[in-house]
Ligand binder design. Structure first.
Ligand code: NIG
Ligand code: FE
Length: 400
């Protein structure tokens, strides 16, 4: 590996206000430096500053130079919520929703049937294609959940396949109760917290539960998350997607890293989140694709809640892999400024995964970088649907 100078950066987003301000940039949360340069040493950011200071400020021998041609560099997106391991197609369900059929979590079962029937190799190829799709849109860290197996062997297969492409693997055996346990949901909870957890925990970092009417109750959620904690996993929760509930309060109580969806929050939920270390992860693709109301990112940020944005890429409620799309929708529909949406998609996602080595471009961080072929990141929302992401680097290596 070598030392690379990135120069002619029209705008560099560091997400490190102190370091940016010291280098002549802004001390806003996005820590922006205009006319910037950055030095990457063995996959890690070694120096950031003004291009004019690169030679003196860097003081490094440089092996290679990357000319950014006045474009914008941002930290690679941290997509902290996805369900990439699945088979089958549910586009007809989407079309029906656009004509008025409501979203129902029960649709998950049709993906479960297709996923159980798919070969391991075809699942592996499909995940690889989706990961490639994400990379080419600027995403460099991806969380992937299981949850379309719902039997021991298939759930184990899904977390194992996910672990081949990311370290952020989440066991979501408690996605819904599968059809064969419809009359005995307690037995399914028993399976999830017993044999299934034992098979999946070695491949996973996280445990998640869909805490919602029609999925798992708050008591079941507590039992499943607690079993996960005992097995060495960290917690995250799907809650308040289809209506208000107690999932957000439980996530805060258990110190979950993130509670995701948050479509129907109460004032109490917002107050609880504001006083906690739990990130509220908003998933604009879901409201877009299910025609549910968009939650207010504005209300959360104003209350002091840390907000992340993620794709929730899955075949049912949100089949987008594009963080630029999520940013555009969050800016247009959720009251977030372009800077807030960008921060939520990078540093916010990193916080939702309790990672302190990604989501920022400052000294010591991984050189996970996305180039935007535009003079500023505002263009991500200003020019929705336009493929503005240029080159993408992970650990300093070009991946797209
Ligand atoms: O995050 N909420 C539960 N799970 C997914 C939807 C899965 C599906 O519809 O297949 C979600 O929205
Ligand atoms: Fe999800």
């Amino acid at each position: 590996m070598s030392r690379t100078l990135f120069t002619n950066i029209g705008l560099l987003v560091t997400n490190n206000p102190k370091e940016a301000a010291r280098a002549g940039g802004t001390d806003s949360p996005t820590g922006e430096i205009r006319d910037a340069a950055m030095i990457v040493d063995n996959g890690v950011v070694a120096w950031v500053g003004k291009a004019a200071d690169a030679e003196t400020g860097g003081g490094f021998d440089i092996d290679a130079v990357v000319n950014v041609h006045g474009n914008t560099l941002i930290p690679g997106f941290v997509d902290s919520h996805s369900h990439l391991v699945f088979a089958g197609d549910r586009s007809a369900e989407f079309a029906a929703r656009m004509e008025g059929t409501p979203y129902a979590a029960g649709g998950i079962r049709s993906t479960v049937a297709a996923t159980r029937a798919a070969s391991e190799e075809s699942l592996r190829e499909h995940v690889a294609a989706l990961v490639k799709e994400m990379h080419s849109q600027g995403t460099t860290t991806i969380e992937i959940k299981s949850g379309y197996g719902l039997d021991v062997a298939t759930e184990e297969r899904l977390v194992r396949l996910a672990s081949e492409v990311t370290e952020e693997v989440t066991f979501l055996g408690a996605h819904v109760v599968p059809a064969e346990f419809a009359d005995s949901p307690d037995d399914y909870v028993e399976l999830v917290t017993g044999e299934m957890l034992a098979a999946c925990a070695p491949h996973s970092k996280w445990i998640d539960v869909f805490c919602e009417k029609g999925a798992f109750t708050v008591e079941e959620t507590r039992r499943i998350l607690t079993a996960g904690i005992d097995a060495g996993l960290q917690t995250r929760v799907h809650a308040s997607q289809l209506g208000p509930g107690e999932g957000v309060a439980l996530a805060v109580e258990l110190g979950a890293a993130s509670v995701d969806h948050c479509t129907y929050l109460t004032e109490e939920d917002i107050a609880a989140l504001a006083g906690s270390s739990t990130v509220a992860t908003l998933l604009p693709g879901v409201e877009f694709s299910t025609k549910q109301p968009y939650p207010s990112g504005r209300a959360l940020i104003d209350a002091g809640v840390t907000v992340a944005l993620s794709s929730d890429c899955n075949p049912g409620s949100s089949f987008t892999s594009s963080m630029p799309f999520c940013i555009a929708v969050a800016v247009r529909e959720m009251g977030m400024s372009p800077a807030e949406a960008l921060w939520a998609s990078t540093a916010g996602g990193a916080q939702a995964l309790r990672r302190n080595d990604v989501g920022r471009l400052s000294v010591g961080m991984r050189a996970d970088i996305a180039e935007i072929n535009a003079p500023s990141y505002i263009h991500l929302a200003y020019r929705p649907g336009v493929p503005l992401i240029g080159r993408v680097w992970k650990d300093g290596e070009l991946i797209a």
